[in-house]
Design a protein around this ligand. Structure first.
Ligand code: SF4
Length: 405
């Protein structure tokens, strides 16, 4: 059995047949996982300095030189790396007096902070499969982002206490600004919101739970939703970026909603983080520094950077690992990063590797390199490499950079 690192579900039931050292047959992969496995063969990076191919040791030496000479280095990425690599990355940041961050500042960070602090109750996906009768996908679309979510855990499987499953015992609710693939699947309970309308919707649900008439929205349907929530025995909300980006500094409202729901019944939250080890980075950084994101080390002590915008503006060199910030970050930040010396550690070519001063090729985690990661629900998953590779793992590369500094 192999583990797929195509998304944060980290499916552990992938069956492979290897012929002459290559994968010849594969079972249980979804289409996203297929693409992930096939990426072994496409657009692989080579060690480069200033666009010229070099030996790996030269690229590592140049990366160490850039980081050593930088006054305010930024180490960015991490959610597609193993926990072992993330641990070396945090040590490297401490040694350099650098800022370290992942994309959670723009994704689920503000929600994950509350989950890891125990302010919002959470659950494992195994409990969802065994006990959950109501799943709410709020601003998330698992049919595309985590294609086996509904079949393995939240809607179709027959769990210990949910033998009648989706036919009789499970309700799937979707709250979104558009009729996503998941919303089409659960169309009886699809609630369409205007962009930015999540706070009003939370207030309307809270009103219904308190026995009042909601002031906004389709009152009849919100009252119907309220009665489903009240009858729920074990409910789980799976928020995506849509909800988090819409609520932002009104996240207290969501916390209030969970507190109210838990006065009535059991309701949990599992953030739908996307990259396979996004939760692992937040947890590890919290364990080592007391913060889940945007940590800056000064004289060996950790504090929190004001914002990632400030970090990208102030840094004079950046190491980017398993991430493509020049494509993914807002223009101002991407532009700031493109102007400084970039070191990109990545298995694949991207806009960031194309713009980088130094490129260091890495093994693909889960396929060419083993390690551990935290699934989206915080459960630790171990995996072995399944293919022999000439590439070094992220952990090995970072260790060499650290030794060279
Ligand atoms: S759901 Fe995610 S982890 Fe599972 S096979 Fe698909 S891409 Fe891989």
């Amino acid at each position: 059995m192999a583990v797929c690192t195509g998304c944060s579900l980290l499916c552990e039931d992938i069956e492979l047949v290897m012929t002459a050292g290559a994968i010849s047959q594969v079972k249980n992969l979804c289409r996203k996982g297929q693409g992930h496995f096939q990426s072994l063969l496409t657009e692989r990076t080579k060690p480069m300095i200033d666009g010229q191919e070099v030996k790996l040791d030269q690229a590592i030496g140049k990366a160490a030189e850039i980081l050593k000479n930088a006054k305010r280095p930024l180490l960015y990425g991490w959610s597609n790396s193993t926990m072992e690599a993330q641990a070396v990355g945090i040590d490297l940041a401490k040694k350099l007096g650098a800022t370290i961050d992942d994309s959670s500042s723009f994704c689920q960070g503000i929600l994950m902070e509350r989950i890891l602090a125990g302010k919002i109750p959470t659950s494992t996906l195994d409990d969802v499969r065994n006990y959950a009768d109501t799943s709410i996908f709020w601003g998330s679309d698992p049919s595309n982002s985590h294609p086996r979510h509904l079949s393995r855990f939240s809607y179709y499987p027959r769990g210990e206490k949910r033998q009648k499953s989706y036919e009789e015992e499970r309700t799937c609710i979707v709250v979104d600004v558009r009729k996503s693939a998941t919303a089409r699947l659960c169309s009886n309970y699809y609630f369409r919101l205007p962009p930015g309308g999540d706070a009003e919707f939370v207030e309307a649900i809270l009103a219904v739970l308190e026995g009042k008439i909601p002031k906004t929205g389709d009152k009849k349907r919100i009252i119907e939703l309220g009665s489903i929530l009240k009858k729920t025995e074990y409910g789980v909300i799976f928020p995506g970026r849509g909800l988090v980006n819409s609520l932002q500094d009104k996240m207290d409202l969501f916390e209030n909603l969970l507190a109210k729901l838990n006065e009535i019944t059991a309701f949990k939250v599992i953030p739908m983080v996307e990259h396979y080890n996004a939760r692992g980075f937040n947890q590890l950084l919290l364990d080592k520094t007391g913060f889940i994101k945007r940590v800056i080390f000064q004289s060996g002590l950790a504090s929190q950077e004001q914002s990632l915008v400030a970090a990208t503006k102030n840094c004079d060199a950046a190491l980017v690992i398993g991430s493509d910030p020049l494509s993914d970050l807002p223009f101002g930040m991407a532009h700031a990063l493109a102007k400084i010396p970039l070191i990109a550690i990545d298995p694949h070519r991207s806009l960031t590797t194309d713009a980088a001063k130094v490129v260091i090729p890495a093994a693909l985690s889960g396929l060419e390199a083993g390690g551990t990661a935290l699934r989206m629900d915080g459960v630790m998953i171990k995996f072995e490499s399944i293919i022999k590779s000439e590439h070094s793992s992220d952990e090995q590369i970072l260790t060499k950079i650290m030794e060279a500094i």
